[in-house]
Design a protein around this ligand. Structure first.
Ligand SMILES: Cc1cc2nc3c(=O)[nH]c(=O)nc-3n(C[C@H](O)[C@H](O)[C@H](O)COP(=O)(O)OP(=O)(O)OC[C@H]3O[C@@H](n4cnc5c(N)ncnc54)[C@H](O)[C@@H]3O)c2cc1C
Length: 327
């Protein structure tokens, strides 16, 4: 095995970032040779293991038990560490979700391996992993290399595209049971309570409408109009850092190098100039539409469609037209 990927699932549903990481790992294994393995831990999660094969794994280690039904750090880490000790992968990858971050840190520590957390790109240099990750609160990007025999990395959502699933793909599913952690199990899950903000998640949204400093004339009205367009299209609302720094909108909406990385089908940027740090977060959107009153704004050089105009006229006009057409 040359790369092992941890597939995160909750109640039998894989976190989409798992497939993004697996897809990238497939490309790396094709270059370095060997086998791409995945590990799925839970109870009644064989469907996820089958999906892992269809998304590119050669071998999937399916580790099931009632005691593994819910994620807990100690027993999950014990399973991953046991697989690493048995199969000696060169690279171990995790999605950089809340759980994936925890798990990767504990596993890397226990195995005395280097960890690159929250990576936005992965490549091979001289046959070893090179991982790009932010430092100094995201103000700089560094490329990390590893000295030891095992490289561990967690990968930010939307850093890579979701690969095409091929249900006809052949792969091996190896079943096993839990591994007793040396520490014992120190957590007990009582219950889960879902929280819902009623908003579409920015990182998962297929459509995003973002506003920038261009709303400065009346930020409250500007973002109200931007939200209305996002809601009309069933999308999420984003923002540039300038808009966040100015206090027009909370940080959770920020897209870019120091905000969220998104990969929607449609990204509408209103009153955003197109600074490189903003493009770092949305440059991989399938279709980019820019609305800006400055025809020379750099955002137009990456936009598929551009409207030169005042967002206070264009955004409500788009909402009205979409409402008419979408009923
Ligand atoms: C280390 C570092 C990290 C950073 N991280 C991020 C990040 O994560 N995300 C991010 O976005 N930025 C980030 N930045 C900031 C980035 O460099 C830009 O300053 C920022 O993206 C600019 O935001 P803006 O486009 O909204 O504002 P501006 O650059 O001021 O652009 C405003 C645009 O609105 C247009 N406009 C004005 N009024 C109207 C109107 N009525 N109608 C239509 N258009 C109008 C203007 O023509 C202009 O193009 C970072 C910077 C640094 C140094």
């Amino acid at each position: 095995m040359s790369i092992l990927v941890y597939i995160e699932q909750f109640e039998g549903k894989a976190a989409p970032v798992s497939w993004e990481v697996l897809g990238k790992a497939r490309g790396l294994v094709d270059q370095m040779g060997g086998k791409l393995a995945a590990v799925v831990i839970g109870n009644g999660v064989e469907a996820v293991a089958k999906d892992a094969v269809s998304y590119g794994a050669d071998v999937v280690h399916l580790v099931e038990d009632a005691s593994l039904a819910a994620f807990r750090l100690d027993p999950y880490a014990a399973v991953v560490e046991d697989l690493v000790k048995t199969h000696s992968p060169k690279v171990l990858l995790f999605p950089a979700t809340a759980r994936g971050r925890d798990l990767s840190a504990v596993v890397a520590c226990d195995l005395n391996a280097g960890l690159a957390a929250d990576c936005s790109d992965l490549s091979l240099v001289d046959g070893g992993l090179a991982a790009v990750r932010p430092v100094f609160s995201g103000n700089l990007l560094t490329t990390v290399r590893f000295n030891g025999p095992l490289a561990v990395a967690s990968v930010r959502a939307r850093s890579f595209p979701t690969p095409e699933a091929n249900p006809a793909r052949a792969g091996e599913i190896v079943k096993s049971g839990p591994v007793a952690p040396a520490t014992g199990v120190r957590e007990e899950i009582k219950s889960f309570e879902a929280t819902s903000t009623g908003e579409v998640s920015l990182t998962d949204a297929k459509i995003i409408v973002s506003g920038g400093r261009g709303v400065a004339k009346d930020p409250e009205l500007g973002f109200k109009m931007i939200k209305e367009l996002a809601d009309t299209l069933g999308g999420a609302m984003g923002a540039s850092r300038a808009a966040v720094d100015a206090g027009y909108i909370p940080y959770k909406h920020q897209v870019g190098q120091t905000g969220k990385v998104v990969r929607p089908d449609l990204y509408i940027a209103a009153g955003i100039s197109g600074a490189i740090q903003h493009l770092a977060g949305m440059g991989n959107a399938k279709i980019i539409v820019a609305i800006n009153k400055d025809a020379e704004a750099p955002i137009f050089s990456v936009a598929n469609y551009g409207v030169v105009g005042d967002l206070y006229d264009v955004v409500p006009a788009l909402s009205a037209e979409f409402k008419k057409r979408l009923g």
